[in-house]
Design a protein around this ligand. Structure first.
Ligand code: C2E
Ligand code: CA
Ligand code: CA
Length: 749
């Protein structure tokens, strides 16, 4: 094996030395290996950039830069595969998306620099301004100030003048031909570009009467621009350039200039013949050719425009990535070909935060930065994968031939890894995070549409976000669960609108006096198919944002209850109302409570607002401020389900809480589970030390009531005392008749 390597290396060195003569080009072992691994280098060439590069009528890449590459190929054993593009920007985009590996002749440009390495300069041109012959001559750039000046978009001329002469009113064109045509048609007063390119174009279009106005001090350098993860290619090319014959560049450059020049009438044709032919040509052909030329130009322009429109219909304008429409079609094609694959959906929530807090510009900069990171990682580890932009802060990756979990997870991990860490954007620094959901296609067992495959990946992503996990694989149960949820949500919307909900009341007791001291309002939803538990529909309402309407409805009806039975309720009777976590942390709870209490003229001192321990911990600062304002307005505040969350005692101490409700999870073990007993005792002690009252929930037996009382719980609620009941039943059982003034009934009496 080693012997083979040594042998082939020796052969290669000898071959190179032989072919180069004096300028020996010797590759080392790692370069040799690289050449073996990369049998072809894809080169982007722009179609009309005489004499640098252009495509001949057969569609072959030609020109000075191509010549130079051919020379390098013969010396370095690199094999170049040319791809022709209609403009510099489309060639740059192709490089950015990994469709090609290098540009054959590129200026240093800020849009290009982040993802390429440049070789040393391959060619130098003078930067010049050209103008129409019939216009008074401009002699300096200052005279162009405020006037329209054409440049080629993305060219180094564009970069230089935009940066150094901000007073110029630049008009960028996709191609040099268009820019010069604009000058010929006097839409601009001048054009700034490389002298040789303008001169070559003028030789092809002699009817444009233009002259050089002045030269700039700066020169234009062109280089090879190579994808930034191939530094080896840069060093091979640089070495190749250094070993070129000293006069190769000059000879080749002039050759291309003269080849372009021969397309013009030859000087050797005799004057008379020329004149005669010219007259004949003018008489017969001018009109026809003029129309034909115009027609071809128009047709060409229309094709170009259509191509551009088509391109942007299928690509995201910020990142240049294939968009939703393009990706869906691509996946559909792969499905048609029964190609095994996986589809990964990515979520970058920080992009949304940036967009909401700092506006569109920074939002787009963030999107671009994420796209670059993911693209780079994919190109390095899995070049076949196709990255696309979905919408908002979502990206999608489709990977052909990979559908095994292990491989997909490894790729997803690589992408997550590439996005981890700090992202520096203008004045902002972001710590990035991302989630991935994926779905796989196995041709032998799945029959699926591209929309469904993508939707599955999206469902998996939602699960990952909800669980806080970084990667989640799609499971059919997810769709079933989402369907159930969707149906429930739409039914609930209707139920709220049609007043199909009802409030039930569960009495709360004083354990010392055995008297009803209040009640908790509990929401009920009766449908044709039976009652649906709030444990089932409240979380759905929370997820869909419906919970705000629900909490409003409950609170208003609770106040209506208090107003309706004001004369029958004992003076110290308190009604407890639940608020969901979302309503509290978004600051809606205080507005709802204060406005409805005022509207129904209910004294806030008679209302206790129940907030779960986890809701208080969700956004502690917002929750604390909101709770304080409700307390200031006079409402009592209870921590619901106490003991099930993770609240720190230090935090609770600073909350203006009046009541602590020990969760019913501890009650079942109260009679025989020592640790539950200790926990309840400890909770009572904590509540006492903080001057909170204590209510124990879920008491189902006399024994539990007794133990809770001995442990120091003052209040209790549970099936042992009474189940939640409809308003009519509650009023009938627990409130005195309006005309009879008697105290509330005791339990068992
Ligand atoms: P929660 O606030 O802890 O309400 C107490 C739950 O315990 C009620 O269930 C009640 O029926 C049940 N319960 C009472 N005594 C006993 C007992 O002795 N044994 C057992 N096993 N259970 C008992 P419900 O009404 O199904 O409510 C469940 C949860 O739904 C509530 O828990 C609350 O988080 C939420 N919820 C109910 N009504 C509303 C409401 O109006 N608004 C909001 N935001 N959430 C509500
Ligand atoms: Ca409650
Ligand atoms: Ca509770």
């Amino acid at each position: 094996m080693q012997w083979c390597l040594v042998k082939s290396l020796t052969l290669l060195v000898v071959a190179c030395c032989w072919s180069l003569g004096a300028h020996a080009y010797i590759v080392n072992a790692s370069e040799y290996q690289w050449l073996e691994d990369h049998p072809k280098v894809k080169v982007a060439v722009v179609a009309e950039r005489l004499p640098l590069e252009f495509s001949d009528p057969q569609g072959q890449a030609q020109g000075y830069a191509v010549d130079m590459l051919a020379q390098l190929a013969s010396q370095t054993h690199l094999v170049f595969d040319y791809h022709v593009f209609s403009s510099i920007s489309s060639a740059v985009l192709a490089l950015q998306q990994g469709q090609v590996d290098m540009l054959s002749s590129a200026p240093r440009h800020h849009r290009l620099s982040p993802f390429v390495h440049y070789t040393q300069a391959t060619e130098l041109q003078t930067l010049v301004a050209y103008q129409n012959l019939n216009h008074a001559r401009f002699s300096s750039v200052e005279q162009l100030s405020g006037q329209k000046v054409a440049v080629v978009m993305g060219s180094s001329a564009h970069e230089i003048v935009a940066k150094q002469f901000p007073n110029l009113s630049l008009q960028p064109f996709t191609r040099l031909f268009d820019a010069m045509q604009a000058l010929a048609q006097q839409q601009v007063v001048a054009i700034v570009a490389g002298n040789d390119e303008v001169a070559a174009q003028l030789r092809a279009m002699p009817q444009w009467h233009m002259q050089q106005a002045f030269q700039f001090e700066q020169d234009l350098e062109h280089r090879f621009a190579v994808r930034d993860d191939w530094p080896m290619l840069v060093s091979l090319l640089n070495r190749g350039l250094n070993s070129l014959e000293p006069n190769f560049s000059q000879q080749s450059y002039h050759r291309w200039q003269s080849i372009v020049a021969t397309t013009q009438p030859s000087n050797t044709v005799s004057y008379w013949w020329g004149l005669g032919l010219l007259l004949l040509f003018i008489v017969i052909g001018t009109g026809f050719l003029f129309i034909q030329q115009k027609f071809h130009r128009l047709k060409y322009k229309a094709t170009l425009l259509r191509e551009q429109l088509d391109y942007w219909k299928n690509h995201d304008e910020v990142t240049g990535l294939p968009n939703r429409r393009h990706m869906t079609r691509l996946i559909a094609d792969w499905l048609d070909d029964a190609l095994p694959m996986s589809v990964l959906m990515f979520d970058f929530p920080r992009q949304n935060e940036v967009f909401e807090n700092f506006g569109q510009h920074l939002g787009e900069v963030t999107r671009e930065a994420y796209a670059k990171r993911v693209q780079k990682s994919l190109r390095r580890h899995y070049p076949e994968a196709q990255l696309g932009y979905w919408y908002h802060h979502y990206f999608v990756v489709a990977i052909p031939t990979v559908n095994r979990d292990k491989e997909v997870i490894a790729i997803a991990k690589q992408i997550i890894q590439s996005c981890r860490g700090w992202l520096r954007l203008e004045q902002l620094q972001l710590l990035t995070r991302c989630h991935v959901g994926y779905s796989c296609f196995h041709p032998s067992r799945d029959a699926i549409h591209s929309d469904a495959l993508l939707a599955n990946a999206f469902t998996a992503l939602n699960h990952a976000v909800k669980d806080g996990s970084s990667i989640c694989r799609y499971h059919p149960d997810f769709s079933q669960a989402s369907l159930v949820k969707l149906t429930l949500e739409s039914k609930l919307r209707k139920a709220i609108a049609n007043d199909e909900l009802e409030l039930f009341y569960q009495p709360q007791y004083c354990l010392l006096s055995n008297q009803v001291i209040g009640a908790e309002v509990l929401l009920r939803w009766f449908t044709d198919g039976g009652a649906i538990s709030p444990d089932e529909f409240v979380p759905v309402a929370e997820e869909t944002g419906l919970v705000l309407q629900l909490d409003k409805w409950v609170f208003e009806n609770a106040m209506r209850f208090m107003a309706r039975y004001a004369s029958q309720l004992a003076k110290d009777f308190k009604l407890s109302v639940n608020f969901s976590a979302a309503t509290v942390s978004l600051g809606h709870a205080e507005k709802i409570a204060i406005s409805y209490a005022q509207q129904w003229q209910v004294n806030p001192q008679r209302i206790c607002i129940e907030i779960t321990e986890s809701a208080m911990m969700e956004q502690p600062d917002e929750a604390k401020a909101s709770i304080q304002r409700m307390r200031d307005a006079g409402f009592g505040i209870a921590i619901d389900d106490f003991g099930t969350g993770y609240s720190s005692m230090a935090y609770l101490k600073h909350l203006p809480v009046t009541l602590l409700k020990i969760d019913r999870a501890f009650v079942s073990g109260l009679e025989d589970n020592l640790s539950d007993q200790h926990i309840v005792k400890a909770m009572v002690m904590v509540a006492r030390s903080m001057k909170f009252q204590v209510l124990i929930e879920g008491i189902e037996t006399q024994n539990q009531a007794n133990i809770a009382s001995v442990m120091g719980c003052e209040q209790a609620q549970g099936f042992f005392f009474a189940r939640p009941q409809a308003e009519v039943d509650f009023v009938q059982h627990y409130l005195p008749k309006p005309h009879v003034k008697e105290p509330l009934r005791l339990v068992g009496s």
